[in-house]
Design a protein around this ligand. Sequence first.
Ligand SMILES: [Ca+2]
Ligand SMILES: [Ca+2]
Length: 247
Amino acid sequence: MFADLFGLAIVKSLVMPCLNLNGLRNPQGMVYAGDKLFGIDQGPGTDDEINLMEVGGNYGWPHIVGYQDNQAYRYVNYSTVENCANAPMYDGTTVPEGVKVEAQKETDAKLDNFKEPMKTFYTVPNGYNFHDPKCNGEYVCWPTVATTSIAYYPKDGKIKEFQNSLLVTGVKTGTLYRLPLDADAKQVQGEVVTHFRTDNRYRMVLVSPDTSKIYVATDNAGYIMGKDSVPTKEMANKGAILVFEAK
Ligand SMILES: [Ca+2]
Ligand SMILES: [Ca+2]
C-alpha cells in the first residue's frame, strides 16, 4: 500500500532495533554521531554524564554514579522510609534519618558489562560542601548542570568552531556545553567548552538543517543559577526559542 501511495519501489523497514541498556537514572536524550550513539544521564547530586551507548551496557545506577571512584556518593535506599516523598534529599554527604545505606563504596559493586561515562558534569571529591549558605534553592548549587538534551553538530557544518561536536543543554545554568569529538567521532576529547550563557533554563537544543543556526528552547518556570552564583527564578526569556546564528 505504501509503495502505491508514495510511488516507492521499495519500502524500508520502519522497525528500530531494540536497545538493551541498564543502569540509567534520568536519561533525557540520545543522538547519533556517525554510527555511534551518545546519551546524557542526570546524576543525583553530582556526575551528570555523557555516555557512549552500547547494547547490553550497564551504566551503573544506583550502584555507581559517574566513575567507579568512591567519590561523594553512597548507594542509599529510600524504599523503606515512611513518608518518602517528604524525606530530605540525600546530597552525597549526609544520609537522612531512616534512609538505608546499601553500600558505602562504589567499588563494592561488581556489575556485568559496566560502562563508565566519557565525561561528567561534574565529579567532586569526598567532603565536598553541598550546603552553600547563600544558596536558597540548594540543589541548584550542587555540582550538576541538569542535562536536558543532546545534539550533534556535523563535521561539515557551517560553524567551523562547532564542527564534529556534541551539544548539551544544562537546565540549571543557562549554558550550552560543547564537547569536541575525535576524528572518528568515537570519543569525547579535550575540555568541555561553554557557550550562550543567559539567564534561562535550557531545555532542548537543535541544529538547523543548513547548520547555520543553533536553536535552544527555554523553560517557563523553575530555578536557575544567576550570574552572581545565587539561585533565582528570574529568567530573561521564559518559554521561548532562542536562535543563535554565526556572523
Ligand atoms: Ca553512569
Ligand atoms: Ca563515582
